[in-house]
Design a protein around this ligand. Sequence first.
Ligand code: BG6
Length: 489
Amino acid sequence: IDEKKALITIFGGTGDLAKRKLYPSLYRLYRKGYLNKHFAVIGTARREWSDAFYREVVIESVGDLAESPAHVAEFASHFYYQAHNVTDTEHYDKLKELSETLDAQYHLDGNRVFYLAMAPSFFGTITEHIKTQHLLTDHGYRHLVIEKPFGHDYESATVLNEQIRKVFEEDEIYRIDHYLGKEMIQNISAVRFANTLFESLWNNRYIENVQVTLSEALGVEERGGYYETSGALLDMVQNHVLQVISLLVMEPPIKLTDAEIREEKIRALRSIRVMASNEVNDYFVRGQYGPSETDPTLKGYRQEEHVAPDSTTETFVAGKIMVDNFRWKGVPFYIRTGKRMKERGTQINIHFKNVPMNLFSNEDQENLCPNILTIFIQPTEGFSMRLNAKKVGQGLHTNPIKLEYLNPTDKGLNTPEAYEKLILDCLNGDSTNFTHWDEVALSWKFVDVIQDTWKQNQPDFPNYASGTMGPACSDELLAKNGHKWFWNE
Ligand code: BG6
């Protein structure tokens, strides 16, 4: 294993994301040897913490992953803390000093990762100071990692992008969409491009519709404040959902390199039909959860902390996305995502068209069951294929049967964390699984029409009970085309 040398500076080092995802992922990389002797981490945030206290926090966040107390302590000894006010120029000078000391001490070759894991309103200020206060080295690489949200519409995203681009080149910017780090999302390309069986049928001649469900059982928890400004459309659809759609829709790339894949994804996003505002209600519906009808502990969204009692923020979105190109003309891509749904699960269901004529007589149905390919993203990971086979016994009747492969890593034991993979990609300079500006821009243009239209109409909320699969309008959306949501249990 090739050890990665770098100084990783985390803005927002005391935050939730750092503790829940970044420190454990860095530790996993350390355990595997990708990080070894030649790395250091600077955590910065407003609070005054000592290195000793910071290291305790890091150790605690690693939790059960620790190989031994000595091993995790050795890991944590690479962590340094610097209190920081992002608008104070002098603080950047201190950061620079510390960075140079650590570079010399750990032999980091000038490699820098700046990880912005904090409120996006500061992204511009921070990057500007990184430049003016000379935190960029003249040798080694400099990678900027940014968390979402990347703006709140096309216009604000453009402003933000321009600010960042004054300091970093596009190929130095790693915009995180953690769905792209998920094992089974990365598997979409393998299913498609390593199997004749699927790639030959992957078009409007054989596919009736595609369904993507990202359902969560949890509510907004303690993130009401953030969620009120975002809602499901910005929180999930603008990024994760459209990224998944682009991977399903794209043409085969010439090679599996970041530049080639990116080009195809951008073309895929360009072929998604942007609605006119008077079409939005025909294609997209929204919902907000109310209290559960059976479990008194599950409150409605409007009763959650930091949420307005008359909030019109959507916690559920379902939509029909049309792709205007030769391959996909006429095939609806149905998407739905929501909080407080029946269960946590992400799955993609590809519904194939029926054979031209049904030769079998089944008492209970006129048509055969369609063939459905399910890609289980999480928490179950794997594939399942629904086929028709003869019912055992007299006569020619059919039964749907299921061929299934579930990853033995079902429990998530061996599957690398999405963040672990993405951080390693960034240390390797591989941006395949990050979002390019062109993708962000196209996604916003699609989503802006929906958000602008929705702002003009008051929704009638709440419209689904906690613990259900969403509002009735979501089922009606598919029923209009004679389709039905499919959930592979
Ligand atoms: C995040 C959203 O991007 O994705 C959260 O901000 C959501 O609201 C989360 O809960 C879902 O991620 P995962 O990996 O749990 O599916």
